[in-house]
Design a protein around this ligand. Structure first.
Ligand code: CAA
Length: 261
């Protein structure tokens, strides 16, 4: 497998390296590795912008995207040096600040699109921006000694990298308040109980568990997977009537596709 060539076709290898990312595309599976292990994969503006570029350029043949961290942990969240970066958003120019943050959020939102299933493989810890990255994935597989933490309010900030909606959708407003406003560590066992992790496995089995999950996802018909994910993500915002209509539309499209017309 010529991984370098495949990476370069999506985002140039030097841009990935500068952003602290690795990208491996192996047929229908893309693996994104947060790769600044000496800094616990602390996340930079460049990393988030490059994640957005990967999302934009991902080949249509990719069906599963795995997001993982190199070294000791998934990620310690924002690189604290970003707070003093002259590049960072400032509150005194709301329009420019809004554009700046929207650009970073684009690194997260693509992980939800129907054409792929995204899996966060979380070991060690996922703090702040990294917890939000895990939340932007469809599925989270956690090592049993891993933990999550929404640290932002403890730093005087809010979680602004797309995490508040999935968090509330999964655990409800009350538990989300508990998790965010105490900035406490949520251990894997609790994460599983709250629905924040779909699988919890011994740390040594994380890679195998993700590989098996990926295999199971790829065994399902590709077109049906896209249509079903689209339906499921729409469901919370739809009335029963709207959702029934959406099911009919998607099913008729599937039937046409299966008949080849
Ligand atoms: N930014 C920059 N460097 C970081 C970092 C971060 N977020 N987290 C860890 N590092 C660096 C450390 O400074 C250290 O570097 P040196 O070896 O050069 O001194 C190296 O990574 C290893 O760190 P530790 O020895 O502390 O490693 P650990 O595995 O024991 O990590 C930790 C423990 C709990 C992650 C601790 O490092 C920590 O609390 N880090 C900060 C976490 C944090 O506050 N993140 C921000 C969350 S908020 C957010 O993400 C979103 C937002 O917009 C505000």
């Amino acid at each position: 497998m010529d991984t370098g060539t495949k990476q370069a076709a999506v985002v140039p290898a030097e841009d990935l390296a500068q952003a602290g990312l690795l990208l491996d595309i192996d047929g229908p599976v893309a693996t994104i590795t947060l790769n600044r292990p000496d800094k616990r994969n602390a996340m930079t503006f460049a990393m988030w912008r490059t994640l957005a570029r990967i999302g934009d350029a991902l080949p249509g043949s990719v069906r599963v995207v795995v997001v993982r961290g190199a070294g000791k942990a998934f990620s310690a969240g924002i690189d604290l040096s970003m707070f003093s970066s002259p590049e960072g958003p400032r509150g005194d120019d709301p329009e420019a600040g809004d554009r700046f943050i929207a650009e970073l959020q684009a690194g997260y939102t693509w992980l939800r699109r129907p054409e792929i299933v995204s899996i966060a493989a979380v070991h060690g810890y996922a703090i702040g921006a990294a917890f939000q990255l895990a939340l932007s994935c469809d599925l989270r597989v956690m090592a049993e000694d891993a933990w999550l933490c929404m640290k932002e309010p403890a730093l005087g900030l809010v979680p602004d990298l797309t995490g508040t909606k999935p968090l509330v959708d999964i655990v409800g407003v009350h538990r989300a308040i508990d998790i965010c406003l105490t900035a406490r560590k949520v251990p894997a066992e609790e994460a599983a109980r709250l629905g924040l992790a779909e699988r919890v496995v011994p740390a040594a089995e994380l890679e195998t568990a993700v590989r098996e999950l990926t295999g199971a996802l790829l065994a399902v018909d590709a077109g049906a997977a896209v249509a079903t994910k689209r339906l499921l993500w729409q469901a919370p915002g739809n009335t029963l009537e709207e959702q029934c209509a959406a099911e009919r539309r998607e099913q008729l499209a599937r039937l046409r596709a299966l008949r080849g017309n």
